[in-house]
Ligand binder design. Structure first.
Ligand SMILES: [Zn+2]
Ligand SMILES: [Zn+2]
Length: 376
C-alpha cells in the first residue's frame, strides 16, 4: 500500500504551523487512539499513520527532509526503530489522566503527605510560624522531571508506540481473540529512557529535605489539621504535586487547662483571704489580671474573666477564662497561730459552722466532672 502524504494524513496544508499540526494531530489521535477503539485494526493503523505523520512534520529537520524528498527521505523499515521518537511529551499532554479503563500511566497527582507537629500551648493560642524539614520527592531540576540525561529526551517506546499497551492476538478454533496488556518494554509509561539523567538515575524525581514554612493560625488545638496545597510529593509525569497535611498536637500547660476556646484555671487562696475577701493577681494568657475575691467565698466557686480565653480559630470571637477558687488549709501552724484559731473558733455560732454540700457527680467522665465543677 502506497504511503499517504503526511500533510494529507493530518488534513493540513503545507503551510501549517506548529499549532495547526498539534491541533490536527490531537484531534485525530484522540479519534483513533487504541484505547478508544480496542481491537479495531483499522483505527490502530490510522493511529499509527497520524502519529508517524505528526512525528515527522513536528520535527523541523525531519519536516525539511520530508518536504524535499518525500517518503523516500525515510527508511520505512527503520520506522518504529531508533529513529522513532520525540513525541512522548505530546502524548502525556493529550492523554494524561486518560480514557476510562486504560492501564497506561499518565500524569498523576503526587501523593499527599502528613506531618505531625507538636506546638506549645501559647503557640496554639496565639498562632505561630514554624519551619519544618520535610523529606519529599521533588522534580529533578537537572532533567526537569523527564528522567532523561540533559540534552537527550525520553523516546517513545518502540514496542507499544507510546500507548503503554500491547495487543496480543490468539487464534483459536472459536475465532480470534485479542488481549491488551501493559507494555513490558516501558511498563506502561509509553516511553523509554535511553540515557538516564545522572542526577536522579532516570527517576525524574529526587528525594530532598525541603524546608517548608508553616503559618499556624491562632486557636488551633490538638487534632487540628492544616492543609497546604501543593506542598506534597511531586506529581508523576507532569502531574500536579500532592498536598501537605499538618497534624497538630498541643502540649499541656503547667496550670491552664483548655476546653474549646475557654481556659480553666484554679486560683489558690488561704482561708483568711476567703473569709475576708482579697485582691489577687491571676495569670492569664494575656498577662496578669487583678481580681477581687469577694468576702466569704467558698472553695470551688468559679469566676469568669471574659475574653481572656483563646481566639476562635474560625474567627468566632474569643473564649473566657474560668477561675475556680481553691481554699488552701494552712499546715505547720505555730502554736501562737493555733491559739488564735482556737479563740476564733470559740466565737463561731451554729449558723457559721454549717457545712455546705458540694455535688460532684463521680459517675461522669473526667472532663465532664471538670466542666461541672467549673460551672460552680
Ligand atoms: Zn533528573
Ligand atoms: Zn511500551
Amino acid at each position: 500500500m502506497a504511503k499517504r502524504d503526511y500533510y494529507e494524513v493530518l488534513g493540513v496544508g503545507k503551510d501549517a504551523n506548529e499549532t495547526d499540526l498539534k491541533k490536527a494531530y490531537r484531534k485525530l489521535a484522540r479519534q483513533y487512539h487504541p484505547d478508544v477503539n480496542p481491537g479495531d485494526k483499522e483505527a490502530e493503523s490510522k493511529f499509527k499513520e497520524v502519529t508517524e505523520a505528526y512525528e515527522i512534520l513536528s520535527d523541523p529537520d525531519k519536516k525539511a527532509r520530508y518536504d524535499q524528498l518525500g517518503h523516500a527521505g525515510f527508511d520505512p523499515n527503520g520506522f518504529g526503530g531508533q529513529d522513532f521518537g520525540g513525541f512522548g511529551d505530546i502524548f502525556d499532554m493529550f492523554f494524561g489522566g486518560g480514557f476510562g479503563g486504560q492501564t497506561r500511566k499518565g500524569p498523576r497527582k503526587g501523593a499527599d503527605l502528613r506531618y505531625d507537629l507538636t506546638i506549645e500551648f501559647e503557640e496554639a493560642a496565639f498562632g505561630t510560624e514554624k519551619t519544618i524539614n520535610l523529606p519529599r520527592w521533588e522534580i529533578c531540576s537537572e532533567c526537569e522531571g523527564s528522567g532523561a540525561k540533559k540534552g537527550t529526551r525520553s523516546e517513545t517506546c518502540s514496542r507499544c508506540r507510546g500507548t503503554g499497551q500491547v495487543a496480543q492476538t490468539q487464534r483459536t478454533p472459536l475465532g480470534q481473540f485479542q488481549t491488551i496488556r501493559t507494555c513490558p518494554e516501558c511498563e506502561g509509561e509509553g516511553k523509554v529512557i535511553k540515557q538516564p539523567c545522572l542526577e536522579c538515575n532516570g527517576k525524574g524525581k529526587i528525594r530532598k529535605n525541603k524546608k517548608v514554612q508553616i503559618k499556624i493560625p491562632a486557636g488551633v488545638d490538638t487534632e487540628s489539621r492544616l492543609r497546604m496545597g501543593g506542598e506534597g510529593e511531586a506529581g508523576e509525569l507532569g502531574g500536579p504535586p500532592g498536598d501537605l497535611y499538618i497534624f497538630i498536637t498541643v502540649k499541656k500547660h503547667k496550670f491552664f487547662m483548655r476546653h474549646e476556646d475557654d481556659i480553666y484555671y484554679e486560683q489558690p487562696i488561704n482561708f483568711v483571704e476567703a473569709a475576708l475577701g482579697a485582691e489577687v493577681e491571676i495569670p492569664t494568657l494575656h498577662g496578669k489580671v487583678k481580681f477581687k475575691v469577694p468576702e466569704g467565698v467558698q472553695t470551688d466557686t468559679v469566676f469568669r474573666l471574659k475574653g481572656k480565653g483563646i481566639k476562635n480559630v474560625q474567627g468566632y470571637g474569643t473564649g473566657d477564662q474560668h477561675v475556680k477558687v481553691k481554699i488552701v488549709t494552712p499546715k505547720n501552724l505555730t502554736s501562737e497561730q493555733k491559739e488564735l484559731l482556737k479563740k476564733l473558733d470559740s466565737t463561731f455560732n451554729e449558723e457559721q459552722n454549717k457545712v455546705e454540700e458540694t455535688g460532684a457527680n463521680k459517675e461522669k467522665g473526667f472532663f465532664e466532672r471538670v466542666k461541672d465543677a467549673f460551672k460552680g
